[in-house]
Ligand binder design. Structure first.
Ligand code: ATR
Length: 271
């Protein structure tokens, strides 16, 4: 039996075992997918132990993604860009390959919701790890413009400079945002505390698409706020979670699972 798991801290509530077990059933793959919660300073040892015991691959989540980036033997180009690894595969040659499927998961979910990115004006809120992971896949879709706004403005500026070679990307403070955006993506962790990024309500209009990378049984604070100000098209990050998992599963098993049914079952479980 091939073994996979997700490393995180905390990880008890991770949906990854549920998702990958459904993927395996659907594609008739025989595998086991578990959870591991090493001590904050024990990730490197736990990772080494897992692969020494015959583990085939793993996911890595908060707070270990940046550390995983430094521990693998090889990095995919998108993991290099993201500065973080959320998927590791042990190759037949014994090489630990680090990848990052988060941004691809976001783009796949937006696409499955029928949201166009090409030729659109996109506002990305936040400049942490989640934003960094999303930037290359978003810019690959060739939006006309991608603006990054962050509470700590210097971090937005730094990200914009780092991804400048991939498209038209700039930083703007929350107070100075103007014009009409087609899509706003919230990558901040504000919703975790029930908080809102300091965004002017005038940026919300009826035709805008709103995406919050967070999710919950009920609307996130940001989605609730956007709806209150007239947004009709809102999406939360549950689909991104399933899509990034599908991408990881494909890397490990060479077969792409369907995501619609799994997403439906997850939603039922949440509610
Ligand atoms: P992640 O890996 O989830 O991106 P992170 O790297 O800690 O986590 O980044 C969190 C992001 O959410 C940052 O952009 C942070 O803004 P700062 O860089 O100014 O700290 C943003 N954030 C968190 N809470 C916020 C809040 N209440 N309002 C606005 N932005 C917030």
């Amino acid at each position: 039996m091939d073994h996979y798991l997700v490393f995180g801290h905390p990880v008890r509530h991770s949906k990854s075992p549920f998702i990958h077990t459904l993927f395996a059933r659907q594609t008739q793959q025989t595998l086991e997918y578990g959870l591991a919660e090493p001590a904050i300073d024990g990730f490197a040892a736990a990772l080494q132990h897992f692969f020494a015991q015959g583990g085939k691959g793993c996911n890595v989540t908060v707070p270990f993604k940046e550390q995983a980036f430094t521990l693998v033997d090889q990095l995919s180009p998108r993991a290099k860009r993201a500065g973080a690894v959320n998927t590791i595969k042990l190759t037949d040659d014994g090489v630990l390959l680090g990848d990052n499927t988060d941004g691809a998961g976001l783009v796949a979910d937006l696409t499955s919701h029928g949201v166009t990115l090409t030729g659109q004006r996109i506002l990305l809120l936040g400049a942490g790890g989640a934003a960094r992971g999303a930037l290359a896949p978003l810019l690959a879709e060739q939006p006309t413009e991608l603006v990054i706004a962050n509470r700590t403005h210097s971090k937005a500026e730094q990200l914009a400079a780092e991804f400048h070679d991939l498209g038209t990307v700039s930083a703007c403070s929350y107070e100075q945002l103007t014009g009409t955006f087609d899509l706003i993506i919230n990558s901040t962790s504000a919703s975790l505390q029930g908080e809102l990024p300091p965004l002017a309500a005038t940026l919300i209009h009826a035709d805008i698409a709103i995406y919050d990378m967070m999710y919950g049984a009920t609307d996130t604070a940001f989605i609730g706020w956007a709806k209150q100000h007239g947004a009709r098209r809102t999406m939360d990050g549950l689909g991104m979670l399933v899509e990034q998992a599908a991408e990881a599963f494909t890397i490990w098993r060479g077969i792409r699972p369907g995501t619609k049914q799994v997403l439906r079952e997850l939603k039922r479980n949440l509610g």
